[in-house]
Design a protein around this ligand. Structure first.
Ligand SMILES: [Zn+2]
Ligand SMILES: [Zn+2]
Ligand SMILES: [Zn+2]
Length: 578
């Protein structure tokens, strides 16, 4: 991609390009320059037809054979892993798919996962033919189905989504910003833009751990490194049964629901090679495929108007929904702070992606020979290519190493764009903390919030305790285009090593905290009750040293880190031996 962009930028009259004042006119300028058009036509398509994720009968059979060996030696977990791959590679409607599903159902039966076994048996039965061999198989499958139905009553229902439902059921949500709880709301000011503030009418402080936001992303994508291990829709690790796209082996899912949910957008991406796209470009593409041409077409006049630098017409309802495309389109792009070079490169990328999408998929067939639609689609892409690096969030999974717990850490598996989460401003000393359950984000208070309407601030990856002021300011300016004016930046707060020992100005002792913290650093897995211990300790410290401006000591920092680790442990995490 980058080499194509470099080549293309030499064709463009950069001075004329710099006179374009909005995203629409930038793309219009490029797509009406004949040299650029012929360059695009001659270059290889960025989103070419993919050839590396095809179904393969032979591979499916090999995996099924390995599964059979594990099954024969009664290693059901291992057999399941192989049968999952056999299902993934089997061509749709094939005899091999029926065999893979049938064999997987036997393993699931042994693992007492009767509801999953039943699903597999039904799908395997549907694919059988009416010859003698299949008649025998049909009998065996029907027998197993009967046994599953007998046993199903004693089975525990699947628990995957319970954690999220439980969290939600304990909260009440803000009626205008339904992803925020009633403990927070949005305000707008000239210097802070739209931002999140606390909303607390009671006389007591909001405690650390108070949930501020629970939100699904408008769109999320997996990094290629997680394509074979995580669900392409909800981004959870596939722990048990794998569901596969019927046409490719790239997209796999944790449930039939996730598979069905993906069809609307995956239908366009299935046949494309996505390897040339980076994380933000992938997410940009997903934003469009998820929104769909129909919606973009319906709102073309209004969105085009916005891309030409005018404000978007507000709908009558004032509710700020997580799944409304306008809320994503309106996110800050920082166009005016970008260099001409930056804008030109992104505009070329937008054209390469947009024209590829139009030419190689059925996303918008009318755009094939319609320059007006082409400009529209590419300028939407350009807007997203600017907004996403400053607004999208990394989605991570906590990898807990059972044998060496202190080396446990968060691993990036994807990225998501969230309508409300994006409204949090940054501080190098944040008062909230983010966690994920799949791709759903949960924001909690990291500190006590004593007063109403105090700004709640997140961290964009630059903590004052672990990075120098210079490093923080450089990164924030480069990626997010602002000069950080938070307390640690103004007052030059010290790095962790130079922080006072103890909790800070005052010494706060807590036997409970000391014990929980010792257990953690000795490598014992945390207990759910530890969350409360850390929350109480942080609250005590915050109440004794109430000011947001006060530098706290090493022990306070340790407590924050222990609390984060503990939250991660109970969120989106995987526990491994090594
Ligand atoms: Zn899923
Ligand atoms: Zn596919
Ligand atoms: Zn700062």
């Amino acid at each position: 991609m980058q080499s194509l962009v470099n080549l293309a930028s030499n064709i463009i009259d950069q001075e004329k390009f710099s006179l374009c004042s909005n995203d629409y006119s930038r793309i219009q300028f490029l797509l009406t320059t004949s040299e650029f058009l012929s360059f695009i036509q001659k270059s290889p398509a960025i989103l070419d037809e993919q050839t590396t994720h095809s179904k393969c009968l032979k591979t499916s059979n090999e995996y099924r054979e390995k599964g059979n060996q594990s099954y024969a030696s009664q290693n059901n977990r291992q057999a399941l892993v192989f049968y999952n791959q056999a299902v993934r590679y089997a061509p749709s409607y094939s005899h091999e798919l029926s065999l893979a599903l049938g064999n997987r159902s036997a393993t699931l039966f042994n693992l007492k996962q009767y509801h999953l076994a039943i699903e597999d048996i039904h799908r395997a039965l549907d694919l059988l033919s009416f010859d003698e061999e299949d008649d025998a198989r049909r009998q065996r499958l029907e027998q197993r189905l009967y046994q599953c139905l007998q046993n199903k009553k004693n089975e525990n229902p699947p628990t995957q989504d319970n954690q999220l439902d439980e969290l939600k059921s304990n909260e009440t949500f803000n009626s205008n910003y339904p992803s925020l709880t009633t403990h927070a709301t949005i305000e707008t000011s000239v210097d802070r833009g739209r931002h999140v503030v606390s909303n607390n009418s009671s006389s007591t402080s909001l405690k650390p751990g108070t949930i501020i936001l629970i939100e699904k992303p408008y769109a999320s994508v997996l990094l290629p490194s997680a394509w074979s291990t995580h669900c392409h829709t909800c981004l959870r690790r596939i722990e048990f049964v794998l569901f596969a796209c019927s046409q490719c082996t790239r997209a796999i899912y944790c449930s039939f629901n996730c598979l069905q949910e993906s069809i609307a957008w995956h239908a366009f991406e299935c046949r494309l090679s996505l390897e040339a796209l980076d994380k933000m470009q992938l997410l940009t593409l997903r934003l469009l495929t998820k929104t769909g041409w129909q919606y973009l077409y319906k709102n073309k006049v209004s969105f085009e108007n916005y891309l030409q630098g005018n404000s978007i017409e507000q709908s009558e309802e004032n509710i700020y929904q997580w799944d409304k495309y306008e809320n994503i389109l309106r996110l800050e792009t920082n166009s005016t702070k970008r260099s001409n070079d930056d804008l030109l490169h992104r505009s070329i990328q937008a054209c390469l992606i947009g024209i590829s999408l139009i030419n190689n998929t059925s996303f918008c067939q009318y755009a094939f020979d319609n320059i007006d639609y082409q400009i529209y689609i590419c300028s939407l892409i350009l807007s997203h290519l600017q907004a996403l690096p400053c607004n999208a969030h990394e989605i991570s999974e906590f990898v807990y190493h059972r044998l060496s717990p202190l080396t446990s850490s968060c691993q990036e598996i994807g990225a998501g764009i969230y309508a409300t989460l994006s409204l949090f401003n940054h501080s190098c000393n944040p008062n909230v903390i983010r966690n994920f359950l799949g791709d759903t984000v949960i924001v909690r208070l990291l500190r006590s919030i004593p007063s109403d309407r105090m700004e709640l601030v997140d961290n964009y990856g630059c903590l004052s305790a672990t990075m120098s002021k210079h490093e923080r300011q450089t990164k924030l300016l480069e990626q997010y285009h602002f000069q950080c004016q938070c307390q640690p930046c103004i007052d030059q707060w010290p790095h962790y090593d130079q922080l006072p020992d103890g909790t800070g100005e005052k010494t706060i002792d807590s036997k409970e905290f000391d014990e929980a913290f010792q257990r953690l650093i000795q490598g014992n897995p945390p207990d759910k009750s530890d969350l409360n211990v850390y929350e109480n300790f942080l609250q005590q410290c915050d109440e004794q040293m109430p000011s947001e401006t006060c530098i706290k000591g090493k022990v306070y920092n340790n407590a924050q880190e222990a609390y984060k680790q503990c939250l991660n442990f109970f969120s989106h995490s995987i526990h491994t031996e090594d």
